[in-house]
Design a protein around this ligand. Structure first.
Ligand code: NAD
Ligand code: MG
Length: 392
């Protein structure tokens, strides 16, 4: 039976890995929608190759080039955030959510509202609005399948287990580009240096977030929301080899580890074929050649983002939306050379403090309107602080 699939964020790193798997078995899938940003050549070529119904760019200014690239193919072209939500609402069985940032939230909710399976790479939607995402899935019978490698690992380790027997969850972190740098050098780290990753090949934003550990901070919160754990049950540990993705600790002291190559096609493929396991074109690990797996403490002085994640989990409510939005603005400013590497966490912390002190946004109900309002205020506050931040 052919399955109807859509890929939101099809032109990115996760999107392209998803297409790689789907394109290997074209008769098994009917592609409904592909969405992207300004890489119109990529978006159009994939839409044509996969015979999609519709291709959507996030940018209105890219609509004409997209139309031109699809002329004569019968594939619809559309543009803008609304059009992405409409594409997400088109009937499908399985949808990959691989837009980067809070922009992935609204389309992901549309997928769940139609009761489809949502393969969730977009961790930001869990961080901003975990309770809303989970409630939407429950209400409409939608399924959420984690695609973040750590969360896929936890999900797999939990198959057949009783959540009541879970004591703790440990997610691993590679430590990113700067794990071996002396602390005092970090202040002068450049975007180009931060955008290299020792083990994974990913989009620019998540790679820089790996160096600052904001990625792991988001993932701690994502773990709490996804699996309904208490903050004290969730730990991060640095594991430079990136082969163990997560471990689940049970009340009898056993740890179940998920071990696999650093290839996102594993987690994507697991979500694509769930509940079956099928052959995947990923490397088979040679343990003898690997020789050793090592672990280090995830130091909260070196990576203050991890401490902030704990504070966000303790606060709950809209703190995650504020945290993520402030982080996104700081990351934009760092990439643009307007904010130093260590200043990102400083500004995010100040935004969290300001927001919780000011307008009670943190305590409000986690509805889409409230999340968007918290996101908006956090971005504005962050922009003001970035403007005032000392340079150099
Ligand atoms: P990427 O930057 O390579 O791709 C992002 C995609 O989103 C592109 O298609 C882009 O056009 C689209 N996009 C960007 N901004 C948008 C907006 N405002 N509106 C609509 N579309 C927009 O990112 P990625 O590395 O593929 O990551 C995608 C998501 O998956 C992120 O949430 C990331 O944290 C998560 N993730 C990625 C990896 C990885 O290996 N790359 C691993 C785990 C989780
Ligand atoms: Mg991850």
């Amino acid at each position: 039976m052919t399955r109807r699939v859509s890929i939101l964020g099809a032109t990115g790193s996760i999107g392209q890995n998803t297409i790689d798997l789907i394109a290997r078995d074209p008769d098994a899938y009917a592609v409904v929608a592909l969405t992207g940003g300004n890489n119109i050549a990529r978006l159009a070529a994939d839409a044509i190759r996969l015979k999609a119904q519709v291709a959507v760019t996030a940018h209105d200014s890219c609509l004409e080039p997209l139309r031109a690239a699809l002329a004569g193919t019968g594939i619809e072209a559309a543009a803008g955030a609304e059009a992405i939500c409409e594409a997400a609402a088109r009937p499908a069985d399985w949808v990959m959510s691989a837009i980067v940032g809070a922009a992935g939230l609204a389309p992901g909710l549309k997928v769940l509202e139609q009761g489809a399976a949502l393969a969730l790479a977009n961790k930001e939607s869990m961080v901003c609005a975990g309770p809303l995402v989970m409630a939407t899935a429950r209400k409409h019978g939608g399924t959420i399948l984690p695609v973040d490698s750590e969360h896929s690992a936890v999900f797999q380790a939990l198959i057949g287990e009783d959540m009541a027997a879970v004591e703790r969850v440990i997610i691993t972190a590679s430590g990113g580009a700067f794990r071996d740098w002396p602390l005092e050098q970090l202040r002068n780290a450049t975007p180009a240096q931060a955008a290299t990753h020792p083990n994974w090949d990913m989009g620019q934003r998540i790679t820089i977030d790996s160096a600052s550990m904001f990625n792991k901070a988001l993932e701690l919160i994502e773990t709490r929301e996804f699996f309904g754990l208490e903050p004290g049950q969730i730990e991060a540990v640095v594991h430079p080899e990136s082969l163990i993705h997560a471990l689940v600790g049970f009340r009898d002291g056993a740890l179940m580890a998920h071990v696999g190559p650093s290839d996102m096609r594993h987690a994507i493929g697991f979500a694509l074929h769930y509940p079956e396991r099928r052959d995947l074109p990923v490397e088979r690990l040679d343990l003898v050649r690997i020789g050793q797996l090592s672990f280090r403490a995830a130091d909260e002085t070196r990576w203050p983002a991890l401490r902030l994640a704990r504070e966000v989990m303790a606060a709950g409510g809209l703190a995650g939306a504020v945290f993520n939005a402030a982080k996104e603005r700081c990351l934009d400013a760092f990439i643009a050379g307007r904010l130093g590497f260590l200043q990102m966490a400083e500004v995010v912390e100040e935004v969290l403090t300001t927001q919780s002190a000011q307008n009670g946004l943190i305590d409000a109900e986690v509805s889409l309107d409230n999340v968007l309002a918290a996101d908006h205020f956090a971005r504005k506050t962050a922009d003001k602080l970035i403007e005032r931040a000392p340079r150099g």
